[in-house]
Unconditional design. Structure first.
Length: 118
């Protein structure tokens, strides 16, 4: 099983980035997918989640209206489009997979760094 994130980097405030998470080794369409983030000295927090069919999405209040989560089940990939980035969005962003139903298998990616700074 692998979750491989990409697309992180350094961006100026107000800029945009698109993160991708490519999944392999499990039946992607049976898993809800999420993005989490963790800044230094803080706990990992949920940023956005999308249902297995892509018809349910939820966001943290801090990113509503700026971030969009999406998925392509044909490509086994989940995305996070991040617009109007702020310095407080700086964190390592992690992809997370959780199987719908039981048994409850879960997987984490290795993370990708996003830095918002001028």
């Amino acid at each position: 099983v692998q979750l491989v994130e990409s697309g992180g980097g350094l961006v100026q405030p107000g800029g945009s980035l698109r993160l991708s998470c490519a999944a392999s080794g499990f039946t992607f369409s049976r898993y809800a997918m999420s993005w989490y983030r963790q800044a230094p000295g803080t706990e990992r927090e949920l940023v956005a989640v999308i249902g297995s069919a892509g018809n349910r999405r939820n966001y943290a209040e801090s990113v509503k209206g700026r971030f969009t989560i999406s998925r392509d089940n044909a490509k086994n990939t989940v995305y996070l489009q991040m617009n109007s980035l702020k310095p407080e969005d700086t964190a390592v962003y992690y992809c997370y997979a959780e199987r719908v139903g039981v048994p409850k298998y879960t997987y984490w990616g290795q993370g990708t760094q996003v830095t918002v700074s001028s």
